[in-house]
Design a protein around this ligand. Structure first.
Ligand code: SF4
Length: 176
């Protein structure tokens, strides 16, 4: 089974979203918010591509679990991951996404990497490190994701305020 940072991110947002995405129901292309986020990513720091490296990193753990991550901006000299978000607030799912990237470095015997979450819309920056309890959490999370993806039952709706900004909103609530 192949897991990516998107799985980790969605796990911390909504298990139903994770299940729908993992079962090939992808509505991201219909979402203005996702388009907006991609645009922000491409236009906020156009000079970055020359300074930072885009890398793909992977690791195999327990059984047939293969973990992968694609990092758009990595500063190899500083061992620093830059991740840009369109959101106007720091979200737990974002932190776990970059902690997952750091964990992939650790699994490849590259210690000392940290991350910087950047929120240009609100001019906020959050530094992120990976602790030992974080590693244990991620080990548990990937196993729980693997279980969830093998289930034939779609998890229930979460009826949260975040649903209105989710690309699956119509799918989840259109008949209500
Ligand atoms: S609309 Fe809400 S319940 Fe449905 S997938 Fe998105 S976050 Fe989950």
């Amino acid at each position: 089974m192949h897991l990516t940072a998107t799985h980790i991110n969605y796990f911390h947002i909504c298990h139903r979203k994770l299940w729908l995405f993992s079962n090939g129901i992808n509505m991201e292309h219909t979402s203005d918010i996702v388009y907006d986020g991609k645009l922000l990513h491409e236009t906020t720091y156009p000079q970055r591509s020359a300074k930072y490296t885009e890398i793909e990193i992977s690791a195999a753990i327990a059984g047939d679990l293969r973990l992968a991550g694609k990092i758009d901006f990595y500063d190899a000299k500083e061992k620093l991951i830059h991740e840009i978000k369109r959101s106007d607030k720091i979200e737990e799912a974002h932190e776990w996404q970059v902690k997952y990237y750091i964990w992939l470095f650790v699994l490849n015997d590259i210690p000392g990497v940290c991350a910087r979450l950047e929120y240009p819309k609100v001019r906020q920056i959050q530094e992120v490190w990976l602790s030992e309890p974080d590693k244990l959490h991620l080990e548990e999370v990937v196993l729980r994701i693997a279980d969830l993806l093998q289930s034939e039952i779609c998890p229930p709706k979460i009826n949260s305020r975040i649903c209105k900004n989710c690309s699956y909103y119509d799918l989840c609530y259109v008949e209500e």
